[in-house]
Write a new protein. Structure first.
Length: 185
């Protein structure tokens, strides 16, 4: 159950938009453009640390304002002025010392690695199916319970609406990572 974490613990949240087939990307871009979803993403993540893979950062092309970006890469010499760089998802999460909720924003590999550590999932389920080359991992049904769902009838090219869905882990995940300053800097 999600609850306020003890001092030094954090809620790890994955935030993602996906279509009916769990598609999340095509050629490094979102397969759709939904302004309301981008506004919701900004509202939820502003003021927090966001964790993303190098390819996701490069597809965005800039640091997102009002957030602390933590970029996960295997490259030992990778650097982005104004961002924190980590070499694993677990290291990225430890770089978020003092945070109450960390948002993992992609891509697929980072989602796969963060899923066992996640407490909460914010989905935008796009009512459509799009050509894609990147998908969100399968979720075991028994692991997650739905907290809320809000349908939006707004439509656009290739979709006829979407749902905002919030899930929380129904069973305890791995213990939360303690956030220390040992990796900060």
């Amino acid at each position: 159950m999600i609850e306020k974490r003890d001092a030094g613990k954090v809620v790890v949240s994955l935030i993602v938009a996906m279509d009916r087939a769990r598609a999340i990307g095509s050629a490094g871009r979102l397969p759709w453009h939904i302004p309301a979803d981008l506004k919701r993403f900004r509202a939820l993540t502003t003021g927090h640390h966001i964790v993303m893979g190098r390819k996701t950062y490069e597809s965005i092309g800039r640091l997102l304002p009002g957030r602390t970006s933590v970029i996960v890469t295997r490259s030992p010499d990778y650097a982005v002025p104004g961002a924190l760089v980590a070499h694993s998802v677990e290291e990225a999460l430890t770089r978020c010392a003092g945070e109450t909720e960390i948002f993992v924003i992609g891509g697929a590999q980072v989602y796969r690695e963060a899923l066992p550590l996640a407490h909460r999932l914010y989905f935008t389920e796009v009512d459509g199916t799009f050509p894609a080359d990147t998908w969100f991992p399968e979720l075991p049904d028994a692991t997650w319970r739905e907290l809320s769902r809000e349908h939006r009838a707004e439509s656009g090219p290739g979709y006829s609406g979407f749902d905002y869905v919030v899930l929380e882990r129904a069973r305890p995940s791995r213990p939360s990572l303690p956030l220390t300053n040992r990796a900060a800097g």
